[in-house]
Ligand binder design. Sequence first.
Ligand SMILES: *Cc1c(COP(=O)(O)O)cnc(C)c1O
Length: 372
Amino acid sequence: MNSQDIVIPPELRPSDGRFGSGPSKVRPEAMAALLEAAPGYLGTSHRQLPVRSMVGRARDGLRELFELPEDYEVVLGNGGSTAFWDAMVFGLIEARSQHLVFGEFSAKCAGAARLAPFLEDPEVISAEPGSHPEPHPSETVDLYALTHNETSTGVTMPLERVPGEGLTVVDATSAAGGLPVTAEAFDVYYFAPQKCFASDGGLWVALCSPAALDRIGRVASSGRYIPPSLDLRIALDNSRANQTYNTPGLATLFLMVEQVEWLLASGGLGWAVGRCARSAGILYGWATESASASPFVADPRARSPVVGTIDLAESIVAADVAAALRANGMVDTEPYRKLGRNQLRIGMFPAVEPGDVGLLTRSIDYVIGVLG
Ligand SMILES: *Cc1c(COP(=O)(O)O)cnc(C)c1O
């Protein structure tokens, strides 16, 4: 039977079939709020109050969600986390960075630093996909580039500030809003809104400690060439005025604010963390019990609560399972392309209902039953 022709019984189908790891599910309530606000908001100037107050709500809401100390700042700019890597290379690394590489995203971040002709070659500490390396405090390094959740492999690592003078700068693109963190653990915690913040892409947000703010000022006045659109001091000045240097995606901003305020109203970061943990408990519990599935990440502590990677038995073609799910409205369960495993990857960000993860596992069982 062609996998796309499989019809999954309606009672096994989730209420919402979006399980992507980014872009990911946008809550229908947030879409409805955007539609209602649109006439006075979309298509209006980002230098005027309606949009500037939205940037202000984003900054205030994120400060509250992450319980940031007074002297930390929320900085925003355009281009998503990938653009932030370049901003970091131009504006945060003084001479040499250390990178923990354990998947595609952390490798790309290290690659951005390696390309910069004005920096020394970065120190790269790698681990096999499915595990994570540990940082090595070093006198020759002024910035440690960590990744809280490696989205390509579904590995999370515990976050602690690396001892010494170097800044701890964390790619939290898929972690922020779903994994526990405290401000003491980082100098910069940066992310984009299309994952836990259930919005669209194109924006980056960086939570910055006083040491990070000092570094931004020092590098910006060092005489190094910095393209203005990647200049963190310019981004900081604009953020303080509740603006971005150039035009942001207004719908993106709006949907992110909806999600931040929804998380706060529901109980804050602790609530979101608990909800993702509940979804992950359902997914990994099912995979551990199943004869035809198993968690890809061997160490249970390193299994991501927001991006689950599930290997399937050799007798089942994961791509066929993902295709059958897609034909039945459950989308984006395909694995990360370059990992090349017989695997499903399931986004379990806070917008996803834990009950829907349970129904997804039942749908997968159904498809495997028909294909087998
Ligand atoms: C999604 C993701 C990125 C890339 O984000 P963009 O906004 O598309 O640039 C970077 N790092 C991690 C860990 C991610 O999950």
